[in-house]
Design a binder for this molecule. Structure first.
Ligand SMILES: [Zn+2]
Ligand SMILES: [Zn+2]
Length: 142
C-alpha cells in the first residue's frame, strides 16, 4: 500500500495529496519563510513533483513568485497557504501544517543564521542550505 496523505487549505476548497515518502523534512528559519507564513519558523516537507497532486479546487490555486526559486501557492478563496514549488531544487515543499496526518520527523534546520526562535532539539543547525542545494553546508552551534 502506498503511503498517502491529504490536506486542504484553510477553507477546504483546495485539497492536496502527497504519496510515498518526503525527500527531506526539517525547519527553515529564513526571513522569507517567516514573512510568508506569519510564523517564527516554517516546518517543511520536500517532495518530488510527481508525488504531489492537487485533487480538488485547482482553479482556486494561485502562485506568487518573489524570486524564481520559490513559487508560493495559496488558495484565492481563503488566502490559506498550501505549498512552495522550488523548481531549481526539483522539489515542492508541502508545509507540514498542510498535511497534518503525515508524521513530521525533522532531520535538520536550514537558514539557522536568521533564526528568531532558537530550538534546542539536538538536530543539525545549518547556517544556510546544504551544499547540494547551493549553500555552504556549514553548521552553527545551538
Ligand atoms: Zn481556501
Ligand atoms: Zn525559508
Amino acid at each position: 500500500m502506498t503511503d498517502k496523505h491529504t490536506g486542504t487549505c484553510f477553507c477546504g476548497a483546495v485539497a492536496v495529496e502527497v504519496t510515498g515518502a518526503p525527500e527531506a523534512m526539517g525547519y527553515c528559519h529564513c526571513r522569507s519563510c517567516r514573512s510568508w507564513s506569519a510564523g517564527p519558523v516554517n516546518a517543511f516537507t520536500l517532495w518530488k513533483p510527481e508525488n504531489v497532486k492537487v485533487t480538488q479546487g485547482a482553479e482556486q490555486v494561485a502562485r506568487f513568485e518573489k524570486n524564481p526559486t520559490s513559487g508560493r501557492q495559496y488558495c484565492t478563496k481563503c488566502g490559506g497557504h498550501l505549498m512552495t514549488d522550488h523548481p531549481t531544487f526539483g522539489l515542492i515543499d508541502v508545509y507540514a501544517a498542510t498535511i497534518p496526518s503525515l508524521s513530521f520527523a525533522p532531520a535538520l534546520h536550514v537558514n539557522y543564521a536568521e533564526t528568531v526562535l532558537p530550538m534546542k532539539d539536538g538536530l543539525p543547525k545549518l547556517k544556510d542550505f546544504p551544499e547540494a542545494f547551493g549553500g555552504t553546508g556549514e553548521t552553527v552551534p545551538e
